[in-house]
Design a protein around this ligand. Sequence first.
Ligand code: NAD
Length: 304
Amino acid sequence: MSARILDGKSIAAEIRREVQIEVAAITAQTGMVPCLAAILVGNDPASATYVQKKAKACKDAGITSVRIDLPADLPEASLLHEIERLNSDPTVHAILVQLPLPPHISERRVLGAILPEKDVDGFHPSNLGGLLVGNPLFVASTPLGILELLNRTNVVIEGKHAVIVGWSVVVGKPTAFLLLQHHATVTICHIKTRDLAYHTRQADILVVAAGKPGLVTGPMVKDGAVVIDVGVNRLADGRVVGDVDFPEVAQKASLITPVPGGVGPMTVAMLLKNTVDACRRLCGVIRPSGDAPVPSDKRTMAQP
Ligand code: NAD
């Protein structure tokens, strides 16, 4: 079998056009322009590039973005103060803190200081907890992007066995819960998992987010599996590759994301979508079609 490419770049472009239309509608209705504030602490070039990309995507969609550059030796209290200022600024609807932070600053305290209603990265404990019970205000952009990729290519999730490699708060865990809420049977693997290949071979949907180039090879994948490669690894020769051996796995999968051009563009698109949602919610604008909550198993959890 030769896999069809899950083209994140073109699906993300479609979402970005939709966001642009929604931004124009919100502005026409309220006079407000959605605004994302991005905080960058220190001079890490990769982080600066990510923030730049997000700012450009905002601009293209008609979203205002404010970039706040802070020095690497900034005391944690000053960063918390800055977040407090943005929390109470009614012209700022969305706040993100680019990770990683310098080691003297607690990511947990900083992310927990962002108002959940402006937490478009979905890392605030109340949004992570909301995902667990099926009603988060925001879900992190990468897991949301993965779900959107699957939905927009008509991949059936319900009843499928999804195997996630990696259990980070940024990717692995929220992806697992999203897929679970869409009624997949979910296995989470990690660095201590014994016989990784045994688990990956069971996957109808395989999501790999380990940050290890070439971790998943052809023999580790079931024929016809849908393979989502989240990994972004820069090799010594400058090439950027995922965690999946693309040429080998593409021979077995039915659908596969390339790196670059798969999950990455979806992450940016979903951040824009979250920013617009934040603005809508804070300005009290209802989407014409209504809000679609993350589905949950209503037999086990009543919605508040
Ligand atoms: P992380 O380092 O926080 O987590 C990696 C996870 O992989 C851990 O849970 C670890 O247990 C697991 N792991 C590592 N080696 C393993 C192995 N040999 N076998 C099984 N499990 C193993 O990383 P993260 O933040 O989740 O990111 C993962 C990858 O995804 C990175 O390459 C990162 O750059 C990329 N990423 C991409 C996007 C995007 O938008 N495309 C967004 C976020 C992260």
